[in-house]
Write a protein that binds this ligand. Structure first.
Ligand SMILES: [Zn+2]
Length: 149
């Protein structure tokens, strides 16, 4: 499994790469309540609908994302807002959903960082679409700047 970790620092639009090891440590796994899980899944569906409507992703199998695991980052959380983990077979994947093992989100996106919830999910979907090697490259930034769709 390969991880592309990323964080947006509110207000600065600055993107930093956080090594996977920082995400481990002694921090607790977070499942989230039914309502918290429903909220992030509804937000993910909303982002997909907006991507479908936009016309920018007509050649992308967005439907394949609808079975992607969406969960929460371990806590206490850092300023990392989300991360996209790639599947073992990501290099040969035929769709973004197959390429993406799971997307983990900071639970603060439902509370103090609520204004970043949809943008963060969009950001992680873009990693799933563009793949590991693109990272936060030029193409990635061009697509990211389309938000809000
Ligand atoms: Zn990123």
């Amino acid at each position: 499994m390969t991880t592309r970790a990323c964080s947006q620092i509110a207000g600065l639009n600055q993107v930093i790469i956080v090594r996977r090891s920082l995400e481990r440590g002694n921090r607790e796994r977070v499942i989230g309540t039914f309502l918290e899980r429903l909220e992030v899944l509804k937000a993910a569906e909303d982002v997909l609908l907006r991507m479908e409507k936009s016309g920018y992703f007509d050649d992308v199998d967005l439907e394949s994302f609808r079975t992607t695991i969406v969960g929460f980052l371990r806590e206490p959380a850092t300023n990392l807002l989300g991360l996209c983990s790639y599947s073992r077979t990501h290099r040969n994947a035929k769709s973004p959903g197959e390429r993406t093992w799971r997307i983990l989100l900071n639970r603060n996106l439902l509370y103090t960082e609520r204004h970043e919830l949809h943008a963060t999910i969009y950001h992680e979907f873009l990693h799933g679409i563009l793949g590991y090697d693109e990272g936060h490259g030029e193409r990635f930034n061009r697509f990211e700047s389309l938000w809000p769709l």
